[in-house]
Design a protein around this ligand. Structure first.
Ligand code: SF4
Length: 388
């Protein structure tokens, strides 16, 4: 696959998991739930003749229902949840730092990209306490689906099968990590790529182009614009900034867009004013660029960065190894990124902490961000790995 140059993990050989999906859908004893990553909806259309940058969210949902999934949910919901946990962790570390605690680890690094997590685990083993302990949205979704939602349905967790549609080949490996399972039952059972979903739709003779738009199921399909922008480089940190700003200052943002965090330059550094502190943010996409920022952190963090977002693929997940081939064409990546920002701009709610389904999840189940239960379900830790 084309991901060889950018994904340091199992992406090297592309596994076809679609037969496992078909098998799960055909099993009458299983409740099969699907989640779709934000970058999938801006690229799937290319497999059906649409121009790059065409949003096919509604058709994608309709196609998944035709395929027979019992519930069509959205990884964007879990992206909002990631922001609640990771944003709280960021604020917590900053507040401790401002109070003079020099042991606190800054900058905090985002941890939703398994390609990148694997890279730091194998190549920067002395920095393993720096990434956020928040699980990735794919894994948070699985953990919540098989606890909170399975309990709501009144079924045991092993009756539920969680399938994820990802722009990413490294997500297949992430789903199999031992720490993301309970008594041998994984939080995410099957992860397939955008391309595999397209094949599945074609193989089952669904006329994708003729489908009417449909909407995600609730509650795990409810998401905000902040969850959507996870799909492009700079998006995770912009989403975190929207929430961190409001929680830290107690003020409403007049404008939720942080243009200074956007764009496709390989390494970007920007400062965001948050009340009386200047929040210094670093962004890198592509592992060569990630290495540059990490070397800087190792050398004493001269630019005094507080938070860093790293994505292994060029452009972030929109350029992931499981997406329709873009052959390094920057114009295609730009169009996909524009589509992500269009989807965000069109959402009625654009800040993760205002997602009503997330609020309800905390009120009725988790308590508050970083509570004991949240910690148990939504956080992880990192271990040194042999170089690959
Ligand atoms: Fe996967 Fe996205 Fe990371 Fe690429 S940037 S390895 S698509 S999570």
């Amino acid at each position: 696959g084309q991901c060889v140059a950018v994904c340091p993990v199992g992406a090297l050989t592309e596994q076809d998991n679609t037969w496992k999906v078909v098998e799960a859908l055909a099993n009458p004893d299983k409740v099969v739930v699907v989640q779709t990553a934000p970058a999938v909806r801006v690229a799937l259309g290319e497999e059906f003749g649409y121009e790059p940058g065409t949003l096919v969210t509604g058709k994608m949902v309709a196609a998944l229902r035709r395929l027979g999934f019992d519930y069509v949910f959205d990884t964007d919901f879990a992206a909002d949840l990631t922001i609640m946990e990771e944003g709280t962790e960021l604020l917590d570390r900053i507040k401790k730092f401002l109070n003079g605690d020099r042991d606190v680890k800054l900058p905090i690094l985002t941890s939703c990209c398994p390609g990148w997590v694997n890279f730091i685990e194998s190549q920067f083993q002395d920095l393993l306490d720096v990434p956020s302990s928040a699980k990735s949205p794919q894994q948070m979704f699985g953990a919540i689906a098989k606890s909170y939602y399975a309990e709501k349905l009144g079924i045991p967790r092993d009756k539920m099968v969680v399938v994820s549609i990802m722009p990413c080949l490294a997500k297949k490996y992430e789903a199999t990590r031992e720490e993301f399972s309970v008594d041998g039952n994984p939080d995410v059972d099957i992860s397939i790529s955008t391309r595999e979903l397209a094949h599945l739709i074609k193989r089952t003779n669904i006329d994708f182009n003729e489908l009417e738009d449909e909407d995600f199921d609730r509650p795990l399909g409810e998401s905000t614009g902040a969850g959507v922008i996870f799909g492009t480089t700079g998006g995770v940190i912009e989403a975190a900034t929207r929430t961190a700003y409001e929680l830290f200052t107690g003020k409403q943002l007049d404008k939720v867009e942080f243009e200074q965090l956007r764009g496709l330059d390989g390494v970007r550094v920007a400062t965001v004013k948050m009340g009386d502190i200047d929040l210094n943010i670093g962004i890198a996409h592509g592992l060569g660029n990630a290495r540059k920022l990490l070397e800087e952190v190792k050398a004493g963090n001269p630019r005094k960065l507080h938070a860093i977002e790293i994505m292994a693929c060029p452009g972030g997940c929109i350029g992931g190894g499981g997406q329709p081939y873009h052959h390094g064409n920057l114009e295609i990546l730009k169009k996909r990124a524009e589509a992500i920002y269009r989807e965000d701009a069109g959402k009625p709610i654009r800040k993760s902490h205002e997602n009503p389904a997330i609020k309800e999840l905390y009120e009725t189940y988790l308590g508050h961000p970083m509570s004991e239960k949240a910690h148990h379900l939504l956080h992880t830790n990192y271990t040194p790995k042999d170089r690959v």
